[in-house]
Design a protein around this ligand. Sequence first.
Ligand code: RFL
Ligand code: PHB
Length: 389
Amino acid sequence: MRTQVAIIGGGPSGLLLAQLLHKEGVDTIVLERRTKEHVLSRIRAGVLEQGLVDMMRAAGTAERLDREGFKHDGTVLSFNDEIVRIDLAKHAGRPVTVYGQTEVTADLYAARESWGGETLFEVDDVELKGLDSDAPYVTFRHDGQDKRIDCDFIAGCDGFHGVSRKSIPENVRTEYEKVYPFGWLGILSETPPANHELIYANSSRGFALCSMRNAHLSRYYVQCELSDKVENWSDEAFWDELRRRIPQEVAETLVTGPSIEKSIAPLRSFVSEPMRWGRLFLCGDAAHIVPPTGAKGLNSAASDVYYLHQGLTRYYNDKDNEGIDRYSEKALARVWKVERFSWWMTSLLHRFPDQNPFDLKMQQAEIAFLQENEAAQHALANNYVGLPY
Ligand code: RFL
Ligand code: PHB
């Protein structure tokens, strides 16, 4: 097989890149380790920056997003019963859009299928070869056969546990990592959201988040211990804990019901540099992870896709190498700012096991400062809605 760009990973970054390249007449093959059903069953991000919404429009895949996505002009932080609303419209001049990652991915698969784009599911033993030559290729097993794709470039969009990052020699790669001493226990329930905007709550019992997918589907998280297990949490126990962490007036009107999904995610900050080696470009979680507190994982995958699709388009359409040559530098410049924001939000809103009374006072002072200082609200709002590309 031969294609111009072989894309490893059929998650949101791989599919969005494939769709944008298709619009520019660039040929791709997507290789995905799991089934489509499995990819679409993963409940993940829920908050989209305008940059990602704009790219979905450019890709011609925003029809349902424009119809069903909810624009949020504000977001709420709480510290026990004290509430700070960050006015996104006033401070940043644009909203965020609530629309699930699962839906983004489903829309991208539907578009790819509509024009017959090639996606191979359940591929195994993927290996990236000849990356430092002009003739890279990918080998893998599919349908019980050994296969090979020759290509011009490889886009490593295969997430944190994929093969792409590890295909860059260790002596070329520098990895930066911070692992947080807690996780998030999340549930999805067919109940109306606790509030019309998201609530990020720092309480004496730990962090909680009230989020949503639509008017009848809510997503909630509570900070938990890393060693905790989903089996330890009945729905009742979850709702009780959530109520104790969110402002009382919200807890009193919280509508509860059976969970339809329950999972625990660890929290990590991670960046691997560079994001390009030879003919391989890393995109999204393959190159960097943020803790979910700032809602930035999917959105920073999208900004990588923006820079990479621009670079590849210029390479193919204008015979100009500048975009691909500067890809790693441009993507990383934005990634590090997003890492900083996600780390700061995480530090501000969680209870840390080794936190002493002074550390707690610092969190309280930061919240108090945010409450009274417009410049601080402005900075938060502009990071939350998304830094420019
Ligand atoms: P993905 O989604 O992990 O997709 C990678 C795909 O590659 C496949 N794969 C391979 N395919 C072929 N060969 C191999 N060897 C392969 N190895 C892996 C995988 O099966 C998979 O299909 O990475 P991508 O596309 O870079 O997208 C990144 C996002 O998924 C991620 O950053 C976000 O979900 C993070 N995230 C959030 N981001 C936001 O922007 N806003 C949010 O509100 C938000 N909330 C969240 C989140 C992530 C969470 N979890 C569970 C980690 C909430 C949670 C709880
Ligand atoms: C979600 O709805 O899953 C969600 C929203 C905001 C975050 C993280 C996750 O910061």
